[in-house]
Design a protein around this ligand. Structure first.
Ligand code: HEM
Length: 413
């Protein structure tokens, strides 16, 4: 007899049917070790980030050590198949976030439900953040065309963009983050496996930052140009900042997006060899910050104000007007939450240099926040001679998932 395998969308019961097993035979096949136990012997709540909540995890969660972004295109045109997948992903993500494996029983005669490489590993602060791209609404394949938020449309082309289709777009995005890379990969692999036949991977990109083990100070992490990156982020733990900058509230737009947000993904190559030949003073003028302390030029405090008028009033005028900090900050009226990671991806075939840079990730309640800042940067940022934007995507991320509900349920309600 050929060995039955689990195809996309099949349950163990379906496999037993395929195998023609009933009664005792079925009992034999289904028999196995019950395993509701956590994977790690010492599963700690402090290793877990709750999957359910008002907002999705992975947005305000302090950035973990690793990220894997995966953009899927939906292959099916059937709404029920897509919804069924979102429900199966919900169950899987809830279990993985709690440090549980996907399988409930192990039988020697069918492939395990869980691929196994995360056995013994803790949840490692694993989070999943889901969103959808404008292409999901196109052609009204799933009866949701009328629910496309007016704000969700392709980002404009900015000056100096050199985008590659292979890093752009996507019907669905999942941002997977954890402090352990194998836990991240395990999640990517199993979501992909569960989605077989319904979705296919369009692109996937991995990112890292210094690990919290290596940096016990817990200070601002550094990017691949060696500068502290994240200092000027708004404090979204404050309710007012959170509501003004980050989370969408239904007024006259799309009710299904309430407590959701927009995610911009930009793959930005950083020309390390050019940077490494640049003198320190020029590097610091490029960012408008000291490399060692991260302080704005003219100050010693990393968190000192960068608002030009305040600085001039204090007699500090050293922040170059075309520095990245000055241009990105502007008058400080438009803010976004950056949650970027570094990437390295082998060798750039045209130059022979390392292909490395920033997976720029920003969350904001409207894409206009990103567009406003990027339009300024694209025309006048002193950093432009050291970077090239290679990929771009925009997603509307759902509000938090409630127990009993499923990812994106408000969109399909
Ligand atoms: C490779 C590309 C980039 C690198 C290496 C980079 C790096 C940095 C660094 C080192 C800072 C100063 C420290 C800090 O506040 O975090 C900064 C600030 C900032 N960057 Fe970038 N950045 C990049 C691209 C972008 C892009 C594409 C945007 C948005 C369109 C952006 C928006 C900002 C904002 C809003 C600030 C804070 C400015 C303020 O103080 O208010 N950055 N970035």
């Amino acid at each position: 007899m050929t060995r039955p395998t689990l195809e996309a969308g099949m349950t163990r019961r379906d496999v037993l049917k395929v195998a023609g097993l009933t009664g005792l035979g079925a009992a034999f096949y289904a028999s196995g070790v019950e395993r509701f136990l956590p994977r790690a012997l010492t599963a700690k709540a402090s290793d877990q980030v709750p999957f359910y909540g008002t907002y999705q995890a992975g947005i305000m969660t302090p950035a973990q050590n690793h990220v894997q972004l995966v953009a899927f295109d939906v292959k099916t045109d059937r709404r029920d198949e897509l919804i069924d997948l979102l429900k199966r992903w919900t169950r899987a993500c809830a279990r993985l976030s709690a440090g549980l494996s996907l399988g409930e029983t192990d039988s020697a005669y069918i492939p395990p439900d869980d691929t196994g490489e995360a056995e013994g590993l803790s949840a490692s602060h694993l989070t999943f953040t889901f969103g959808c791209g404008v292409s999901l609404f196109e052609g009204d394949r799933f009866g949701i065309g009328h629910k496309r938020p007016a704000l969700l449309r392709d980002l404009p082309t900015f000056d100096l963009d050199q985008l590659d289709e292979k890093w752009s777009g996507g019907d669905l995005i999942v941002q997977i983050c954890a402090d352990d890379q194998q836990v991240v990969f395990h999640a990517l692999r199993n979501l992909t496996r569960i989605g077989r036949g319904v979705v296919k991977i369009r692109w996937t990109q991995a990112g890292f930052q210094r690990s919290k083990v290596a940096d016990a100070t817990g200070g601002t992490p550094r990017n691949l140009f060696g500068f502290k990156d994240g200092t000027g982020n708004p404090d979204v733990t404050k309710a007012a900042t959170r509501e003004n900058t980050l989370f969408y509230q239904w007024r006259d737009g799309s009710p299904w997006l309430t407590n959701g947000t927009f995610l911009v993904v930009r793959r930005i190559q950083m020309h390390l060899e050019v940077w490494d030949r640049t003198i320190l003073k020029e590097q610091e003028r490029t960012f408008g910050r000291e490399r060692a302390s991260g302080a704005p030029l003219g100050s010693k405090d990393e968190f000192a104000s960068v608002t030009p008028t305040k600085r001039i009033a204090r007699g500090e005028t050293e922040l170059p007007a075309d520095s990245h900090t000055a241009v990105a900050h502007g008058e400080g009226k438009v803010q976004l939450l950056r949650r970027s990671y570094s990437y390295q991806d082998g060798v750039d075939e045209t130059t022979g240099a390392l292909d490395a840079g920033l997976l720029f990730l920003s969350y904001q309640r409207s894409p206009e926040q990103f567009i406003t800042i990027q339009e300024r940067l694209a025309t006048s940022d002193r950093m432009n001679e050291y970077i090239t934007h290679r990929g771009s995507a925009l997603f509307a991320c759902f509000g938090g998932i409630q127990k009993g509900g499923y990812i994106g349920d408000a969109l399909f309600a």
